[in-house]
Design a protein around this ligand. Structure first.
Ligand code: ADP
Ligand code: MG
Length: 302
């Protein structure tokens, strides 16, 4: 449904995207996960036809975003990072204004508004002023607005930023509902691990380049066994001593030493005994997308 081929983009000499290629299949939720500055919004601007890429190409349902932007805009609904609602208007009034921009009116517009409000669970909030709504509800109104012209593809830039975990989960459920009930293809950007974990597939973006892609499960399974995280007053020195003693290659990120290892609990007992006094705390967990990112880049996401 979306094809991105060798996209490269620079702003005044600074590379924001570097040879990025991936494909989004029809009816999936696809995520772009990466820290701030990773290039997510740049890619989003190119796909939503707001900006022309330096090199490479991108198509939506076969339409080229540069040569055929009008066709792409008909197929795509867009939810921007910054909010785009009129807070002094009600939910319904915001949707109606957007419908008019698409040339919708009368019974057609009413039907589209009803359908969009029903899908996003907004029907009983239609008369509420946007300024009286919670952050999570506002995001849902943004999505309803983006769906009025019945796009096949929904693009969302950091839609859940600023929401608390429960509002975020709620938003994810609505997005999955759009996929399951309407077959909408969704591409979202995020720097939040839980949100990325709910995507069908994703790419990890770091400094404008893809460092890994696959389903969350596939990505996590690249790390065998457990992840052990050790805090120390001098993490680099602890890492060097572990490397020497246990002949393994720990990574140091955010002042913590990380080790990927089968049977982490056994390693913990050994490492604590080997370096008494050097370790301040010990943690053990199953691999997360953060671990995948740290392994591929040496940097952390959040
Ligand atoms: P993200 O959305 O993942 O945080 P962006 O695509 O916004 O990443 O930014 C990628 C890189 O491009 C960053 O280094 C950022 O500073 C730079 N950048 C983004 N927008 C502009 C711009 N309009 N002018 C110059 N540099 C920019
Ligand atoms: Mg951004």
């Amino acid at each position: 449904m979306i094809q991105v081929q060798n996209l490269t983009h620079r702003y005044a000499g600074r590379t924001a995207l570097s040879n990025v290629s991936f494909e989004v299949r029809k009816g999936e939720v696809f995520g772009l996960l990466g820290p701030n500055g990773g290039g997510k919004s740049t890619l989003f601007r190119i796909l939503s036809t707001m900006m022309v890429p330096g090199e490479g190409r991108a198509t939506v349902a076969g339409y080229d975003v540069v040569r055929d932007p009008a066709a792409v805009r008909r197929l795509v609904g867009v939810v921007f990072q910054s909010q785009s609602l009129d807070r002094a208007l009600t939910v319904e009034e915001n949707l109606r204004a957007q419908g008019h921009l698409h040339g919708l009116k009368g019974a057609t517009l009413r039907d589209r508004m009803e359908a969009a409000m029903e899908r996003l669970g907004l029907a009983d909030r239609r008369k509420d002023l946007v300024e009286a709504l919670s952050g999570g509800l506002r995001r849902r109104v943004e999505i309803a607005k983006a769906l009025l012209h019945r796009p096949q593809v929904l693009l969302m830039d950091e839609a859940s930023t600023g929401l608390d975990p429960s509002a975020r989960r709620d938003l994810s459920r609505h997005i999955e509902n759009l996929r399951d009930r309407d077959g909408v293809t969704i591409l979202l950007t995020t720097h939040i691990l839980e949100e990325a974990d709910r995507c069908d597939r994703l790419v990890l973006l770091h400094q404008g380049a893809i460092v890994a892609q696959g389903s969350p499960g596939e990505l996590r399974s690249r790390i065998g066994g457990d992840v052990v995280v050790l805090e120390s007053g001098d993490a680099p020195s602890l890492a060097a001593r572990i490397e020497q003693r246990f002949s393994m290659k720990p990574t140091v990120a955010d002042g913590r030493v990380r080790v990927e290892i089968p049977n982490g609990h056994r390693f913990i007992a050994e490492v604590v005994e080997a370096f008494p006094g050097s370790i301040e705390s010990v943690g053990l967990h199953k691999p997360t997308l953060e671990d995948v990112f740290v392994r591929e880049t040496g940097a952390s996401i959040e």
